[in-house]
Design a protein around this ligand. Sequence first.
Ligand code: NAP
Ligand code: MG
Length: 490
Amino acid sequence: MTKELKHYINGQWVESSAPNKLDIINPATREVIAKAPNAPKDVTVEAIKVARRTFESGIWSDQSPQERAAVLLQIADVIEENIDELRDLEVENNGKTKREAQSDAEEAASTFRYYAGLLNMPNGQTYEAPGDMQTLIVKEPMGVAGLIVPWNFPLLMSVWKIAPALAAGNSILLKPAEITPMTAVKLFELMDQTDLPKGVANLVLGSGSIVGQTIAESHDVDVVSFTGSTGVGRLIMQAATGNMKKVSLELGGKSPNIIFDDADLETAVDYALFGIFMGSGQVCSSGSRILVQEGIYDKFVEKYVEKAKGIRVGHGNDERSQMGAIVSEKHFESILNYIEIGKEEGANLALGGNRVVRDGLEKGFFIEPTVFTHVTSDMRIVREEIFGPVVAIQKFTDEEEAVKIANDTEYGLAGAVFSTDQNKALRVIKRVRAGITWVNAYHLTNIQAPWGGYKQSGIGRSLSTYGLDEYQETKQININLAPEPVRWFD
Ligand code: NAP
Ligand code: MG
């Protein structure tokens, strides 16, 4: 039986009255796993009103940080108790591997724990100003936070936003990607079992153009936090101007992975594979451009292609699979189209390029690990975000050229340098205009560090203390410690 999904508004599961339901698909099999409502504008507006009311009631925002922390820890607990189910739902709906989904679910619990921990820390600043003035700089919740997330990390992206937004004392409305609502619905079922007051956290399922747009435009929403494409980010920023709401945008990338001649070859090849093929390349921070210095270019390409050939593509729930499905037919077609563009542009297709149809994969959306070499900076496959298992390997001669190619992009999300010369590595990574970077590694980050991009990769940061700031107002309170008239007009 396919599950009928519902909205969660004011602590109630709300059935949709509209007859048109969206089929939620397992991208590995094309089976329909659930039916989701497509909320009209009025349902979204109602959910925003509920969030506004609960915020203003103080039922959550006036609780002490310790009390809010206790609830966040309850949420972490229920996530952990249900980790297998969350993992399996993510595999079923998104197509990623079990190992990837397991790591997402674990990080989801850790993120709630981290923000619970921050709530037990002092927050703010003080300053002793002249004239016996004591200044307190305090943080307060913004109000209503609208949270719009993509399909590539449906659970984790939701949690990266929900945990700090709730920690700060906001009320929230979450809109998952239309095609991947399963783990968000489960997360709200779990949060419903905790002491989080009703109406503080709301969930509305539906399209970006209606639900997302309504959130971005609403004058009752004080901050909109969005993760997704740069194009939609631009629309959100425009829609946000009506009430000057704060915007926090985590957008696309085309991140460079720079490999110098003196790099440890095995390590560089390994991370360069992990950098693009993890999550089938549907990761905003993917290292989709590999820049290799001319001295090891041929050797690197040979080893890289040989290793990439061995990646086992398959059903996410098959323990042997190392790379799962592409999330949807539409996205699958878009990636295959980019592969055609790469061929037409004259790049050398060194590996892959096809859908995978072998043993039981013929119904799903699977694409081979695909490697293009001999690419140039003007090619579309080098400039545009493909968001799939497609990597472009480019040659450079020296440090100066590596930096120039690396920064020759409108994006600035992530980047890495591989070299055994630590001075050079640090020198170069400091010149890469990106927010998330590595030396001799890729993709390994932690909740304690801020996540976000330069240039058109976004505005603001997720995670860490910076991630909490996104959901807080900052107020100065100036206290006169020796009150007497100021006598300005005497
Ligand atoms: P997307 O089309 O931008 O969608 C992201 C979310 O925005 C979805 O929930 C979507 O709803 C919603 N949306 C669409 N149109 C909207 C509108 N006019 N107003 C408000 N919301 C709207 O992105 P995607 O195709 O799902 O995901 C792929 C892209 O996301 C890639 O470009 C990738 O780089 C980026 N991404 C970035 C990060 C990061 O951390 N920087 C992380 C993940 C993904 P629907 O589901 O109805 O379309
Ligand atoms: Mg979309």
